[in-house]
Design a protein around this ligand. Structure first.
Ligand code: AMP
Length: 212
């Protein structure tokens, strides 16, 4: 049973694919972004510390995120889908050494042009009640402002999906991803998927790649 590491820029579809794979293949989805947003929402000490960093589209300190990840991850008998971690080479090494130990893993890179991402992110809306994800241009909810899945009327535009923070997040991604991809390439466990395809096509390739 291999642990799955999702790599890809913000907006490349990691969260969407993760939800589909959880439903179809039974993975445990572990998103460091979601864990951090939950801390912010709770207004915990940690949440208050990271709120501004996240709103500005910058990365939270490696130690903070690693600790949060370790607390929320029990590999015994579970197949995880790590989403949003690692974001840099130090995190990739820490994931291997401090979380996965000798457990086998595969890294899947959702490869997409950064210009497409900017457009995707500024149009992304997330349901604050059930977590469903929409794009106002390509996959808008059937009734504007209402979630198709749960009927809630709490469709949110994340602060860090607004134009300035998005540009920052994409720049951070561009500056940190290359060594991470090289790291997994050298280990021989990197798989690339063309994330410009539609959601269903990406899912088919995902399942083929992961054998589920
Ligand atoms: P995401 O939902 O993965 O796009 O993450 C949203 C924000 O949470 C990022 O822009 C960072 O501020 C923070 N974050 C999430 N994962 C990490 C990580 N592995 N390392 C540092 N910061 C992170």
């Amino acid at each position: 049973m291999k642990q799955v590491i999702f790599l890809g820029a913000p907006g490349s579809g990691k969260g969407t694919q993760a939800k589909l794979l959880v439903a179809d293949c039974g993975f445990n989805h572990l998103s460091t972004g979601d864990l951090l947003r939950a801390e912010v929402a709770k207004e915990s000490e940690l949440g208050l510390k990271v709120k501004n960093i996240m709103e500005n589209g910058e990365l939270v300190g490696d130690d903070i995120v690693l600790e949060l990840l370790k607390i929320n991850c029990d590999l015994t008998g579970s197949q995880y889908l790590f989403d949003g971690f690692p974001r840099n080479l130090a995190q990739a090494k820490a994931l291997d050494e401090l979380v996965l130990g000798g457990t086998e893993s595969v890294a899947v890179y959702l490869d997409l042009d950064l210009d497409v991402l900017l457009e995707r992110l500024v149009n992304r809306r997330t349901c604050g009640d059930c977590g469903a994800i929409y794009n106002l241009v390509h996959s808008a909810p059937k009734v504007a402002g209402t979630c198709d899945k749960c009927g809630g009327s709490n469709l949110l535009h994340r602060d860090d999906d607004k134009a300035l923070a998005v540009s920052k997040r994409l720049a951070v991604f561009k500056n940190t991803i290359t060594p991470v991809l090289e790291y997994y390439e050298q280990k021989g466990n990197l798989r690339r998927i063309d994330a410009s395809q539609n959601m269903d096509q990406v899912l088919v390739q995902m399942k083929e790649t992961l054998g589920c």
